[in-house]
Design a binder for this molecule. Structure first.
Ligand code: BGC
Length: 713
């Protein structure tokens, strides 16, 4: 407990004192709730209805690990009488849509503070699986399709969480891109492609935040389960990237003792989900008979203990049920939701709502009482309870939960003169009649997805497309507000005046939506994913696997390699419905003085952004690079961006440096990034689909970089 020693020194001291049985306790995690289908009770020392618990060693002052999900706040496993009512951030994809690292940090700091105040010291947050599959049921937990954007935003959130002396867990490592068949599917991808996409997102997140732990995923990668995958754990993560934290398994993702231990797993989590308690007696025996070296067990302990020292678990023990400032936290969540919302379309400036509107119709999706959230282990139990009870599915990953934050009531508060009528949208005729006699219609549409529950298609479910089309036919001033987990198709897009993507907006989502609609907040979110015009544009028009056969073993061939999202659309010459990076504002921005130069082995860009409109707003200038010779996996890549707030008429100059790895191709044989000598087009754009973007050219000499991006030649 001598805090003047380093985490390494303190680890060595305590490790020397530990018996073999004590060591084994720290590599073996228990579930924090009951497991009805296995007839198992909750571990008595766990925080009730939490994700997990790992025993400590009181004799040596080693604290227990209390684990909670997840990325939008402190979750409750199951519901029951012990449900914790906590603040929920907007979904991860919304935070990514803010393109704002400071905001992501504040969001992480808030949920980390709630985790700590609730007695937890490990938060299973830091979901950074790239969106390869727009129907993936967990897209709302992640940060989109671009490795730089996703890795950077998730890193900021992890830094926020860990500022509370709580370990944050990057997940799900790796290529866990869909929920259908997640326990059995085999993701097939070559090394170079993975290192330039899914792995790059994780590498960037790790470099920028040093998460205490990394969670290996359920799926197999190139034939081997992720949690016993030597390539993923020992070679890439621990050797190439030099990661010093510990690897914990996802709940039910451990499949062996010897292979898992020797191939890099450091801690079995929620063993009750596995076929056997692999890291308990069996591991002890394996070490005794030499199948797992003692040094390997000690290395697991070193990683776990060092992380616990380093992140402050010894020096800042978690309090028991500390008070939480829910009002302040609701505001953090609200700011996040407001900045993550993306105004996709706004014809004739129907938004912000004009103050002289007399009759406003609000239709659909329980917009009178609340806002939707995503299902599964990350579900945060709402403060004040579920606003809409009894929806299907009732069973996990349900129940479907609405945070009690009413868009309608908040709009009414800002527009007291307007007469606002609500229609549930369940009867198209009634909804259309209301629409026809209103000055403007706000139709709310939802897509509920969750863990273990992919979207069946890219279409909005439950006949909502027909509802929207009918309403738009009855009233030209139709504004669609989407609460979706990820992209959806919009067959009615040319009929409606405006579309606002609000994602799952969290605890104060109703307020946030209303404040954007009435113009209290100028929208500044930009898409962190491409919205396909139809499923036929996707690398996999049909989702692989069969949700009805969860045990089926099958391959998913990621033949698109690193050509994900906008890179795929560019490479194939396809026009998406809405491009990656797209997002409108109530003001306008102009760019000037754009220049780029080669300096310090990388590209530096400079430009000035000016707000040429009448209201304050935030812009997201995006820099893409495209080689004029030599082949990349895609015509262009996002290499930098900024988020700039400007008063009307104000200008700011921006200077950005490019991570040189983003200018090269990864070479598996030499484990290097190779930058080709060539001219590169540098583009300053408003989205990946911006046809009016300005560009310059920069000449780069040939160079080689090591895995970490350091120049070697
Ligand atoms: C999920 C993880 C989660 C864990 C613990 C698993 O089902 O995949 O993301 O952290 O459960 O609840």
């Amino acid at each position: 407990m001598n805090t003047s020693l380093t985490a390494d020194q303190r680890t060595d001291l305590v490790l020397k004192e530990m018996t073999q049985d004590e060591k084994l306790k720290l590599v073996f995690g228990h579930f924090g709730s009951e497991l009805a289908w296995k007839n198992l009770k909750m571990h008595p020392a766990a925080i009730p209805h939490s994700a997990g618990y790992v025993e400590g060693v009181p004799r040596l002052g080693i604290p227990a690990q209390f684990e909670t999900d997840a990325g939008v706040g402190v979750a409750t496993q199951g519901s029951g009488p012990t449900a914790r009512e906590r603040t929920s951030l907007p979904s991860g994809i919304s935070t990514a849509a803010s393109w704002n690292q400071k905001l992501a940090f504040k969001s992480g700091a808030m949920i980390g503070a709630e985790a700590r105040a609730s007695g937890f010291n490990v938060m299973l947050a830091g979901g950074v699986n790239l969106m390869r599959e727009p129907r993936n049921g967990r897209n709302f937990e992640y940060a989109g399709e671009d490795p730089l954007l996703a890795g950077t935003i998730v890193a900021a959130q992890i830094n926020g969480i860990q500022s509370n002396h709580v370990i944050s867990t990057l997940k799900h490592y790796a290529v866990n891109s869909q929920e259908t068949g997640r326990f059995t599917l085999n993701a097939k991808i070559d090394d170079a492609s993975a290192r330039m996409s899914d792995l790059l997102a994780m590498q960037i997140a790790i470099e920028k935040s040093d998460p205490g732990s990394v969670m290996c995923s359920y799926n197999r990668l190139n034939g081997v389960y992720a949690c016993e995958n030597d390539y993923l754990l020992n070679q890439v993560l621990k050797t190439d990237w030099g990661y010093r934290g510990y690897v914990m398994s996802d709940w039910g993702a451990t499949h062996s003792t010897v292979a898992a231990a020797n191939n890099g797993l450091d801690q079995e989590s929620g063993w009750e989900f596995d076929a056997s308690p692999y890291f308990s007696g069996a591991l002890k025996e394996a070490v005794t008979n030499g199948a797992v070296p003692q040094a390997r067990l000690d290395n697991m302990l070193k990683r776990i203990l060092r992380t616990m020292f380093d992140k402050g678990l010894f020096d800042y023990p978690v309090p028991k049920d500390n008070a939480i400032d829910f009002a302040a936290h609701a505001l953090v969540s609200q700011n996040g939701a407001e900045e993550g919302m993306v105004l996709l379309k706004n014809d004739a400036n129907v938004l912000p709502l004009h103050k002289d509107l007399k009759k406003i119709a609000i239709i659909g999706s329980h917009a009178d009482v609340g806002v939707l959230s995503g299902g599964g282990s990350s579900q945060v139990y709402p403060i004040g309870g579920n606003a809409v009870k009894g929806l299907e599915p009732a069973a996990w990953p349900g129940p479907v939960v609405y945070h009690p934050s009413s868009p309608l009531k908040t709009i009414q508060r800002y527009m007291p003169q307007a007469q606002i009528s609500y229609d549930a949208g369940t009867d198209i005729k009634a909804a259309t009649a209301l629409a026809a006699q209103s000055d403007i219609v706000l139709v709310f549409a939802t897509q509920w997805i969750g863990e273990a529950n992919d979207a069946v298609s890219l279409s909005l479910p439950s006949n909502q497309d027909a509802l929207i089309a009918a309403i738009a036919a009855a009233n030209k001033k139709t504004v669609v507000v989407l609460e979706t987990g990820g992209p959806v198709t919009m067959p009615w897009i040319n009929q409606v005046a405006s579309v606002l993507e609000a994602w799952y907006p969290g605890t104060s989502g109703g307020e946030a939506i209303a404040r954007v609609l009435v113009g209290e907040v100028n929208p500044s979110g930009h898409l962190p994913v491409s919205f396909a015009a139809s499923a036929s544009q996707l690398p996999r028009p049909v989702l692989d696997g069969d949700p009805a056969k969860p045990d089926q073993r099958f391959d998913v061939s990621y033949h698109e390699g690193a050509t994900i999202g906008y890179k795929w659309f560019d490479a194939k010459g396809l026009k998406p419905l809405f491009a990656f990076g797209h997002g409108l504002s109530y003001t306008k921005f102009a760019y000037s003085g754009f220049s780029s130069k080669y300096i310090n082995n990388t590209v530096q860009v400079k430009f000035t952004v000016t707000n040429t409109g009448k209201v304050t707003g935030k812009d997201v200038p995006q820099v893409y690079v495209s080689p004029t010779a030599g082949k990349w996996e895609a015509p262009k890549r996002l290499v930098a961006w900024d988020k700039v707030e400007l008063l009307p008429g104000e200008s700011k100059s921006v200077s950005l440096n490019v991570d040189p790895r983003l200018l090269g191709m990864y070479d598996s044989k030499t484990k290097t990034w190779q930058i080709n000598a060539a001219a590169y087009k540098v583009i300053l754009a408003r989205s990946a689909g911006d046809n009016d973007a300005v560009s310059t050219t920069v000449n780069l000499p040939a160079s080689s970089l090591n895995v970490l991006g350091k120049k070697i030649k």
